[in-house]
Write a protein that binds this ligand. Structure first.
Ligand SMILES: Cc1cc2nc3c(=O)[nH]c(=O)nc-3n(C[C@H](O)[C@H](O)[C@H](O)COP(=O)(O)OP(=O)(O)OC[C@H]3O[C@@H](n4cnc5c(N)ncnc54)[C@H](O)[C@@H]3O)c2cc1C
Length: 370
């Protein structure tokens, strides 16, 4: 039996920073925009795990402005609304001699009391958003539209109904965009080559919570960067982000090489313990090896290593599509942000060229619970 598809003007795949930024611009300009994300939440790598009565940011570590000031207006709005607060400008760094010293990079870093993901929820305010909608295939129709099909969220559940869209926005990592675009024969070869050229570093994140213990009291550090360590790239005292921490919580980020070697390991807990052991040795407190609870998350596409030179990649064949994200023109949150604006600008040009609000769009959002 053929299912009748609903027709959307603009389908945005991916509810991370790039997708949400693009969606707000177009939605607030009056277009019919629907956002799809495969996860149960929003925010993509702006991710927070709720565990044991507290929060741990297991993706994006904190908010910071770029040297170009891309995030100045957004961060100041988020501060004014009480969504973020300053955390630290004092990250330590592990030198090649094994000694910790203050990093020379002293700029403010901001975090959210309820976790970084609470900011993503705010950015998604008012959007039509379908979670647990993994786009599994896209195909052009003879009428020049896109036909999107979805995978079932779990094997025992029916897949969501397919939809038709006039314009397709893929705000997802390049390799995932390539998986969707490559089977479509009319996609220009140079676009596929540009996507293939983008590479990402993986990361394994360990979240570990501890019972209060005398050796963990009066800690005088918040975060440590380990740029040259073979196992770890980052240690943060996650509980120092909250004003009323119940008990110490650590978040560890593996080095890209450790993540690549252990990504498909049958026993992730073993890999997590290797990272905890290393953290305990850096911090010189063996108790860090004995967490009360432990969670692990793997990011196949954590940080772009080789980016695309432009803010977005687009074509009108076989029907208008555009893709972008942090891998366009940079490598972090500010790149995703700028790419989101660039995609909205291009889509608006394909449609009616309405005035877009730019950063005013955030000022016009009224925080509401999603
Ligand atoms: C461990 C870690 C630490 C980081 N630390 C920093 C930092 O300190 N500073 C910094 O600037 N950046 C940092 N980043 C990077 C930053 O988080 C990203 O640059 C930014 O969040 C990317 O946003 P995005 O919208 O491009 O992509 P994403 O956030 O990845 O969003 C893409 C979305 O698309 C969805 N999706 C993918 N495929 C499909 C599909 N087929 N169907 C439906 N949905 C799909 C995903 O579920 C996801 O929600 C870090 C990232 C990680 C993982």
């Amino acid at each position: 039996m053929q299912t009748e598809c609903s027709l959307i003007e603009i389908a945005i795949v991916g509810a991370g920073m790039a997708g949400l930024t693009c969606a707000q611009q177009l939605h607030q300009a009056g277009y019919d925009v629907v956002v799809f994300d495969k996860s149960r939440g929003v925010g993509g790598r702006m991710a927070t795990r709720r565990a044991q009565g507290t929060w741990a940011d297991h993706g994006l570590r904190y908010f910071e402005d770029s040297p170009e000031g891309d995030l100045t207006a957004l961060l100041s709005l988020l501060r004014d609304r009480g969504l973020i607060h300053p955390w630290t400008d004092h990250v330590q760094e592990l030198g090649p001699d094994g000694q910790l010293r203050p990093s020379r990079d002293r700029h403010p870093r901001y975090v959210a009391a309820l976790g970084i993901n609470s900011v993503a929820k705010f950015l998604a305010t008012g959007l039509t958003l379908h979670r647990e909608h993994r786009v599994s295939a896209i195909a052009p129709t003879p009428a020049g539209q896109w036909h999107l099909t979805f995978a079932p969220p779990t094997p025992d559940v029916q897949a969501p109904d397919p939809v038709l869209a006039k314009i397709l926005v893929l705000a997802i990592p390049a390799a995932q965009a390539l998986d969707l675009l490559a089977p479509v024969p009319q996609i220009p070869g140079e676009s596929l080559a540009a996507l293939e050229a983008v590479t990402f570093d993986p990361c394994m994140t360990v979240m570990a919570g501890y019972r209060p213990h005398p050796t963990l009291e009066n800690l005088d550090w918040q975060a440590i960067a380990l740029p040259q360590d073979p196992l770890l790239s980052w240690i943060s005292l996650e509980s120092s982000k909250r004003s009323l921490p119940a008990a110490p919580v650590l978040v560890l980020h593996s080095s890209p090489s450790f993540a690549a070697e252990n990504f498909d390991a049958p026993n992730l807990t073993e890999a997590a313990h290797a990272l905890l052991q290393r953290a305990a040795s850096v911090l010189q407190i063996s108790y860090w090896q004995q967490p009360d609870w432990l969670q692990v998350h793997r990011w196949r596409y954590a940080i772009p290593q080789q980016s695309h030179h432009d803010r977005a990649l687009a074509a009108t064949q076989p029907a208008p599509w555009i893709c972008g994200g942090d891998w366009c023109g940079g490598e972090g949150l500010s790149s995703a942000y700028r790419s989101g604006f660039a995609m909205a600008h291009q889509v608006n040009q394909w449609l009616e060229g309405r005035p877009l609000k730019g950063e005013q769009a955030w000022m016009d959002l009224v925080s509401e619970k999603l």
